[in-house]
Design a protein around this ligand. Structure first.
Ligand SMILES: Cc1cc2nc3c(=O)[nH]c(=O)nc-3n(C[C@H](O)[C@H](O)[C@H](O)COP(=O)(O)O)c2cc1C
Length: 194
């Protein structure tokens, strides 16, 4: 497997971390630089970022996020297992009203960069918009698109085939291993011409 294939396969959504492992602000900046160099529709580059490695601010951001909706008996990471850092991805409406898929591409660049240096995390779109806007004093021109939660992962995440009943919900076994069903190649390639 090439280094890139391996990185992509190891780049799972992690939601439990060793919170004692800190992430430096400069590390977050180097990850934002990967997003900065990524593709952007019409090269408009409308994305802006808020970074936090500060415990009090981290706690405020944490309180605005919803974790793992399919895991009904789990309310998100507990103290000691929370993320050490956050990146909030904003869309600057003074540049454009349509951010296309720029934030998805930026998020993936950042998550891959984080994974490559031993960190990991989760892309989060279930955000309490009003609260996070207030907590972070976000400018009215800035739309809140995604929050990236980052830390040193402590959970095992496995991808596996979607079961016969077609259920794509991720689940955790009794050892707290997180299982993520992925559709097969045959299921997702509609046509191929050669
Ligand atoms: C756009 C987007 C939004 C997501 N929002 C959330 C979220 O709000 N909360 C959460 O716990 N996970 C969220 N996730 C993570 C997905 O649940 C995760 O990608 C999916 O379960 C597959 O797992 P994998 O990333 O390990 O392949 C999001 C992922 C994406 C790409």
């Amino acid at each position: 497997m090439s280094a890139l294939s391996e990185l992509i396969k190891n780049n799972r959504s992690f939601r439990r971390f060793d919170q004692s492992v800190k992430i430096e602000l400069d590390t977050l900046k180097s990850l934002i630089d990967l997003a900065r160099c990524s593709a952007s529709a019409a090269n408009l580059q409308p994305l802006k970022y808020i970074l936090s490695v500060e415990p009090v601010m981290n706690e405020r951001i944490f309180s605005c996020l919803a974790w793992a909706a399919y895991l009904k008996d789990w309310n998100g990471p507990s103290d000691g297992e929370k993320p050490s850092a956050y990146i909030v991805i904003l869309g600057d409406k003074s540049v454009t009203d349509n951010f296309r898929c720029d934030h998805g591409i930026a998020a993936q660049s950042i998550m891959l960069g984080a994974r490559e240096i031993g960190f990991g995390g989760c892309i989060i779109a279930a955000i309490h918009q009003r609260n996070i806007r207030f907590c972070l004093n976000i400018h009215p021109n800035h739309e809140i698109l995604l929050v990236l939660a980052l830390g040193k992962p402590i959970e095992e995440v496995l991808i596996e085939p979607v079961p016969a009943d077609g259920n794509i919900r991720y689940w955790r076994d009794s050892n707290q291993v997180h299982h993520v069903p992925k559709r097969s190649l045959d299921d997702i390639i509609v046509s191929s011409y050669s």
